[in-house]
Design a protein around this ligand. Structure first.
Ligand SMILES: Nc1nc2c(ncn2[C@@H]2O[C@H](COP(=O)(O)OP(=O)(O)OP(=O)(O)O)[C@@H](O)[C@H]2O)c(=O)[nH]1
Ligand SMILES: [Mg+2]
Length: 164
């Protein structure tokens, strides 16, 4: 029993989960990834392609793929979807003009076959900026409550301080 249990633990406990971080350019994806990893704000450049980092939390490995968000790069997001367990969608809460574009990208992504079992975490980033949209506001605009086929959660945050 004990042996079987520890064997099972070693199979499941050490599993590697694939996480992709997506969102429009300038949303703060790379800043969030490195804030999470190093607890520091790194100087970022627009990501061309992707950054990948491994994070280990209590024996569970998360392979975090941070994708570039520029318009020309969004078409290739779907090449990263295979085997993805978690999607982190980062929203620039100050960018009221492009929230509709984010919404379009979100629903396109949710419809993808490879992500049908993935859970979605939406970060309403840049909460430190005055007059930014709140997490509730973003949730409303993105009509998150209409999402029934994926687990989702929305969270306000500030990548510069690590808050949230
Ligand atoms: N005020 C504020 N600025 C932030 C925050 N998070 C990120 N930024 C800034 O936003 C800019 C873009 O951040 P990145 O992390 O490079 O954005 P990205 O989503 O990776 O962009 P792409 O790689 O082009 O897709 C940088 O100047 C960051 O310093 C935040 O919480 N608050
Ligand atoms: Mg980036």
């Amino acid at each position: 029993m004990g042996l079987l249990f520890s064997k099972l633990m070693s199979i499941f406990g050490n599993q590697e989960h694939k996480v992709i971080i997506i969102g429009l350019d300038n949303a703060g994806k790379t800043t969030i990834l490195y804030q999470f990893l190093t607890k520091e704000v790194v100087h970022t450049c627009p990501t061309i392609g992707s950054n990948v980092e491994e994070i280990v939390v209590k024996n569970t490995h998360f392979l975090m793929w941070d994708l570039g968000g520029q318009e020309s790069l969004r078409a290739s997001w779907n090449s990263y979807y295979f085997n993805t367990k978690f999607v982190v969608l980062v929203v620039d809460s100050t960018d009221r003009e492009r929230i509709a574009v984010t919404k379009e990208e979100l629903y396109k992504m949710l419809a993808h076959e490879d992500l049908k079992n993935a859970a979605v975490l939406i970060f309403a980033n840049k909460q430190d900026v005055k007059n930014s949209m709140t997490a509730a506001e973003i949730s409303h605009i993105l009509t998150l409550t209409s999402i029934k086929d994926h687990a989702w959660h929305v969270q306000g945050c500030c990548a510069l301080t690590g808050e949230g």
